[in-house]
Every structure is written in structure tokens, then in C-alpha cells.
Design a protein around this ligand. Structure first.
Ligand SMILES: Cc1cc2nc3c(=O)[nH]c(=O)nc-3n(C[C@H](O)[C@H](O)[C@H](O)COP(=O)(O)OP(=O)(O)OC[C@H]3O[C@@H](n4cnc5c(N)ncnc54)[C@H](O)[C@@H]3O)c2cc1C
Length: 642
């Protein structure tokens, strides 16, 4: 296996898909019994309409030139989408008084000015204002701007609607730096058939292993990686990564969770091994870790070496970033029972002791035609909701609606679903927020690869679009690109070493090219994964004034061409040859170490000036030479891809 991707959420699927497209062998390890993670579309009740328990909106479809990648993916997959307009709303007090448009408009104006003020704080050279809690910033702003108590209260409600419902933390917990993100243009849409259509399209053709709960990740350091050389226990650093997985005893159900289990909880799949499952260790060259921040923080997945040793900043970010809880109470009614406004949204200004509870409802009937009302709760209110039974949670939502519409008008839903993302063992959160005292730089810490073996993706690793599905998707592509770049760099180093070995076999003068060509082919076969390209070699031998050694991969594809400088063999013989190094640099090498008359014997050993060293020993010598010669003057070198 080349790469193990941990987690089959949208970030893991994006990474796996990209890596597989580049020819790598990839397995995705997923603890749940379904793909999608925090994206999960299910019917509300038997034969009910499909609803999203997790992500529902594509936030900002982008422009024609730069579309939101998820919107582009949805379009390619033929998934329908419907826009939502947040201004298409009815706003009520908790006692059912509807605010006139002028009051709503005044409230929005106050909020917009406040938001501009916060953005100016982000641009301030003094970092401290960006670290304060949003609630403190709001109170200070209200005092400074001379807002009346009514205006202050209106601003608090609008800020809750805009900020708490978007980032899902409480104003007291979230910091001003939360605004340091990018918002894609084009307005928001919901996917008509649900978000799971997107992950289904991404997962097609991938090797996804459901019911595989990762318990431990051992990793070594590739050359030059952060943390390289840190103690990895029994794990061989050069081998890449070893992942210990608990495989659930029950056969995974690819299309979802078992009937009767609450769909948002998936609680049965992370067992302690008591369910008769088995432990398995898988090996790969590298891994992409997409574990949710909540799972990382809970510590259920171990890392060797510990992340705190390999990347202290990442370990600190895992502890510092916020794990927001956002929950939905999804109620499906008989079409004849629809009692609420025909607007897309219903906002309710909560009573002071309700702390933002039951303040935001989405009317799916306006958006998709389904007679469904979704109540959202965030932060502490959402966490508290998880302790309630489904019946009690629905009763709370209906009671709030009764305050708005009158008890006699409110009907009971025929089916309902209540999410509990905070206690879901596979996520332990809804999404990441930026707490007071923290900046979005922590998200970069989350994203940084570790030891050249562990690449990180997931919404908590995206500085510009954290907390979103498109940010998660994009982070998967970013991690895949970094991993590919790393493997390519390592391959280049290996190719360079092979090229050195090939060059060692060249004759002092190119009088007997065929003999040495055969020897070189022999080396190529012994190396297993590389063959020298005969044409390039013949050119090299024939020209002696500079030509190319080509290296092919096992499938015969050209990986690299290493071209000698114009002076070629003559220059090399004179002791000033250079071969390309990763990232366009060069590693100079003395002619005496490169040009020799030896070649591989039948036993695979080299003979010649360096004695009877094995190929491995010779490589080690060469590595030592590289180190010793690092300060030698460099000559021009050309590097080309064939
Ligand atoms: C209620 C709610 C509403 C949301 N609304 C929106 C929205 O409207 N728009 C939007 O853009 N975003 C929204 N989001 C956020 C969005 O859903 C996430 O940002 C995104 O889905 C995260 O994807 P991910 O791949 O980073 O993580 P995940 O989807 O969580 O994927 C991680 C995967 O790792 C698996 N895993 C966990 N532990 C292990 C283990 N030990 N071994 C193996 N696998 C493991 C998990 O099961 C999961 O499948 C919402 C989220 C929630 C919860």
C-alpha cells in the first residue's frame, strides 16, 4: 500500500481520489459504517423526504471563473441545488410579535457596521484586539458607539444570528480572529437530494474500509522531514507508517447505519475491542490523517512518536482550537399541517435566559418543497440539547414555535430527527471555531505535515475556509498534493542515487559501450524499480561531450532525465560533475566517486575501485560523499522531465 487515508469524510475522500488518480495504491480507513463523516443525508421517518444531519449548504457557489469546487463537483454529478436567501425571513420576538421590515433593516445596519469595526481590528498592527472574545468586543463597541440598550440588544441578537449560527461557538467563547477567513461569492445553495450525493460521487472506485477504527499511528521520518530521527519504538522509520486498526466484527453496511440506531450517533462502531472485532496493523509509505479535531483532542488515537514531540505547535493547536457543537431538530409535518410562515427562514429573538436557543429555523418547504422545519441550536445550547431525549428536544422546539405562532396553531410533526454531534464518538464536535486568545495561524499548525510521513487534512486544517465542507474538500486536495510532492522528491533522490550508481559503471573512456550498457541494465534490474533508458545511455556514451541518463519507473514511464553539463564526461573525469538534487538544487560530487571502472558482479556486488562493497554499502559511501562534498563549488546542471 502506498498511502493510508484515515477517515472517509469529504477531506479523506478528496485526498484518496486525487492520490489514486496519480497512480498510488490507497486505502481509506473509516470507523463508521458509512462514508461521509459529518455529511450524512437520511430520510425523516419512513418514506420521508431526505434531509442533511450535517452539512447542508454549499457556502458561496463562487463565480464562473472560480467556482466553489463542491458546486462544480455537484454540477458534474448532476445534483440539483436551490439557493437560500437569508433576507427571506420572518423575525419574531419570543412572544410572537413580528418585527417590521424597518426594524429588521435597522438591526442589520447596526450589525454590518459592527462587523466592519471587527474587520478593522484584524488589520490593526496591535494583535491584542483580535484575541478578545466577541462578546467583549461587542459590548465595547456598543459603549463606544453610544448604542441605546435597545440597539445593543438588537446588535446582540443579530450578531448571534450571523456569528453563532455560522461558527457555532458562543459569543463569549469565540474570538474576533474568527472573522479572519474568506467567504466565497455567489450566495449559498442547498443540495436538493442532500449532501451525501457528493460524497457518494467522490467515494466511487475507492478502496474504503468501513468499520476500521484507527487506534495507533506509528511513523518514521523521511529524509529531511520534521521530526526525522525521533524514536519510533519498534517501527522502522524508513518503512513509512504503520497503522493499528480495530476492525469491527459486524460486517460493514455500505449504505448507512443499522436500522433502529440513531443515524447521527453511529455509537456502536468505536468499540474497545469487546465486540469480538480484531486488531490489524497496516503499513504504507505515508498517511493522510483527517481525524476531526474533537477525536484528536480526545486522545483515542495514539501517535508514535507523540505529536507533542514531533510537532509541538500542532499538539498545542489541537488543544487550543474550539470544537463547536451545532445540532438540528428536524421535524417533518403532514403537508396539510404546515403552520409557519412561507419565508425561507424564521428568526426568533430568544428570552434572556435562553442563550440563543431556538432562535433560528429553516423552512425546507420554501427551499425544496418538503414540509420540514429545522431548528438549529449552537454552542452551549446545542451541547445541552444532547442530554435530552428526542421527545424532549422536539417538545422544546414546538414550545418555542408556540410562543411565536400561538399554541393552537402549532401541530406535532409526524417524524423527527435530533442530531447529537458533540457526543458522536467519530467526530465529538460539529466543526472548528476560533476561540478567544487564538488566531487562525493555529489552523496552519494543524495542516503542517509531520516527519514527511503524516499529511493532514480536514476542515480544522484550512485557514481560509475552516469549518466548511468545501474547506475540508480543498484541504484533502492540498494534503494529496503535498504528499505527491514529497514522494516525488524522495523518488528524485533515489533516482539520483541510481544515476550515481549507473555513472559509476561507465568506462574511463567510452570505447566499449555495449559491455557497460549490459552492466547497467543488470543494475537496473537488480534495483527492481528502475531501468536505465538505453537510448539516453547510448547517447551519453557516444557523445562523451554531455548527454543524458534517463530513468524509467517500473511501468516504463519516464521519471527523470539527468543531463550532464556540456563538458560531460570530460568534465566529470576532471572532477567537477554535478547531479540534480531535489527542488532544483544540485549535489556536487567528485569525479573520483562517480566515474569508476567497476561494475556489478553476478552476486550483485560491485567490483572496481571501491572494492567489493555491496550496492547498499556503495550507496552509503555515496551519501557520505554527498555530505562531505556539500561545500564544493557547483557546476551548472540541467534537469529535464522526459
Ligand atoms: C450539524 C452540522 C452542520 C453543518 N453545516 C455545514 C454547512 O451547511 N456547510 C458546510 O460547508 N459545512 C457544514 N458543516 C461542516 C462540514 O460538515 C464539515 O466541515 C465537513 O464535513 C468535515 O469534513 P472532514 O472530512 O474534515 O471531517 P469528517 O467528515 O468528520 O471526516 C472524518 C472521518 O474520520 C472518521 N473517523 C473518526 N475517528 C476515526 C478513527 N479512529 N479511525 C478511522 N476513522 C475515524 C469519521 O467517522 C469521519 O468519517 C456542518 C457540520 C455539522 C456537524
Amino acid at each position: 500500500m502506498d498511502v493510508l487515508v484515515i477517515g472517509a469524510g469529504i477531506s479523506g475522500l478528496a485526498a484518496a481520489s486525487a492520490l489514486q488518480q496519480h497512480g498510488l495504491r490507497v486505502a481509506v480507513l473509516e470507523s463508521r459504517r458509512r462514508v461521509g463523516g459529518r455529511i450524512h443525508t437520511v430520510p425523516v421517518g419512513p418514506h420521508g423526504p431526505s434531509v442533511d444531519l450535517g452539512a447542508a449548504w454549499i457556502h458561496g457557489i463562487g463565480s464562473a471563473q472560480a467556482p466553489n469546487p463542491l458546486f462544480a463537483l455537484a454540477s458534474r454529478a448532476g445534483l440539483g441545488a436551490a439557493p437560500t436567501d437569508y433576507a427571506d425571513a420572518a423575525t419574531y420576538t419570543a412572544d410572537g410579535i413580528r418585527l417590521p421590515p424597518s426594524a429588521v433593516s435597522e438591526m442589520e445596519d447596526i450589525y454590518n457596521t459592527f462587523e466592519q469595526h471587527l474587520r478593522s481590528l484584524l488589520r490593526s498592527p496591535d494583535p491584542r484586539p483580535a484575541l478578545q472574545p466577541l462578546s467583549v468586543a461587542l459590548d465595547r463597541y456598543a459603549a463606544g458607539a453610544g448604542l441605546s440598550p435597545a440597539q445593543h440588544a438588537a446588535l446582540a441578537f443579530a450578531a448571534s444570528n450571523h456569528m453563532e449560527h455560522y461558527w457555532a461557538g458562543d459569543m463569549q467563547s469565540m474570538g474576533v480572529a474568527a472573522l479572519d477567513e474568506q467567504v466565497l461569492p455567489g450566495g449559498d445553495v442547498v443540495l436538493l437530494g442532500g449532501y451525501s450525493g457528493l460524497v457518494g460521487a467522490l467515494a466511487a472506485g475507492l478502496d474504503v474500509r468501513l468499520g476500521h477504527t484507527v487506534r495507533h499511528v506509528r511513523y518514521g521520518g523521511g529524509a529531511g522531514g520534521a521530526g526525522a530521527g525521533a524514536g519510533g519504538g519498534v517501527h522502522d522509520a524508513a518503512a513509512g507508517v504503520s497503522v493499528t486498526v480495530h476492525v469491527a466484527a459486524q460486517p460493514p453496511m455500505p449504505h448507512g447505519d443499522s436500522p433502529g440506531r440513531h443515524p447521527a450517533s453511529d455509537s456502536g462502531a468505536v468499540g474497545a475491542g469487546t465486540d469480538g472485532g480484531r486488531l490489524l496493523t497496516l503499513h504504507a509509505r505515508a498517511a493522510v490523517v483527517t481525524l476531526p479535531l474533537g477525536v484528536l483532542r480526545a486522545g483515542g488515537v495514539g501517535f508514535s512518536p507523540p505529536l507533542g514531540a514531533s510537532d509541538p505547535a500542532k499538539a498545542a493547536a489541537i488543544g487550543a482550537l474550539g470544537t463547536a457543537v451545532y445540532n438540528k431538530v428536524i421535524m417533518c409535518f403532514d403537508p396539510a399541517d404546515v403552520f409557519w410562515d412561507a419565508t425561507a427562514f424564521i428568526y426568533r429573538i430568544p428570552r434572556p435566559h435562553e442563550a440563543g436557543r431556538w432562535s433560528f429555523f429553516l423552512n425546507l418547504q420554501k427551499v425544496t418543497g418538503a414540509p420540514v422545519l429545522i431548528a438549529f441550536n449552537q454552542g452551549a445550547a446545542a451541547a445541552a440539547l444532547e442530554a435530552l431525549s428526542d421527545e424532549a428536544a422536539v417538545a422544546g422546539a414546538l414550545e418555542a414555535l408556540a410562543g411565536v405562532y400561538g399554541g393552537s396553531r402549532v401541530r406535532r410533526p409526524r417524524a423527527a430527527l435530533v442530531t447529537r454531534w458533540g457526543s458522536d464518538p467519530h467526530s465529538r464536535m460539529s466543526y472548528t471555531y476560533i476561540p478567544a486568545g487564538v488566531t487562525t495561524a493555529a489552523l496552519d499548525d494543524m495542516a503542517r505535515p509531520v516527519a514527511g510521513r503524516l499529511f493532514w487534512a480536514g476542515e480544522a486544517t484550512h485557514r481560509a475556509h475552516y469549518g466548511t465542507a468545501h474547506g475540508a474538500y480543498d484541504s484533502g486536495l492540498r494534503a494529496a498534493a503535498a504528499l505527491l510532492q514529497r514522494l516525488a522528491a524522495e523518488a528524485a533522490v533515489q533516482q539520483e542515487q541510481v544515476a550515481r550508481s549507473l555513472l559509476q559503471l561507465l568506462p574511463p573512456s567510452p570505447k566499449q559501450p555495449q559491455i557497460h550498457l549490459q552492466k547497467q541494465q543488470s543494475v537496473g534490474k537488480r534495483l527492481g524499480w528502475v531501468q536505465q533508458q538505453a537510448l539516453g545511455l547510448e547517447q551519453w556514451l557516444a557523445a562523451s561531450g554531455g548527454a543524458a541518463v534517463g530513468v524509467l519507473d517500473g511501468a516504463g514511464r519516464a521519471l527523470e532525465a539527468i543531463t550532464a553539463p556540456a563538458a560531460g564526461l570530460a568534465a566529470a573525469a576532471a572532477g567537477a560533475f554535478a547531479v540534480p538534487h531535489i527542488n532544483g538544487g544540485v549535489v556536487p560530487a567528485a569525479a573520483s566517486g562517480i566515474i569508476g571502472s567497476g561494475g556489478p558482479g553476478d552476486d550483485g556486488r560491485f567490483s572496481g575501485p571501491a572494492g567489493n562493497d555491496t550496492l547498499q554499502q556503495r550507496r552509503e559511501h555515496q551519501e557520505q560523499e554527498q555530505t562531505d562534498e556539500a561545500h564544493m563549488p557547483q557546476r551548472a546542471v540541467a534537469r529535464s522531465r522526459m
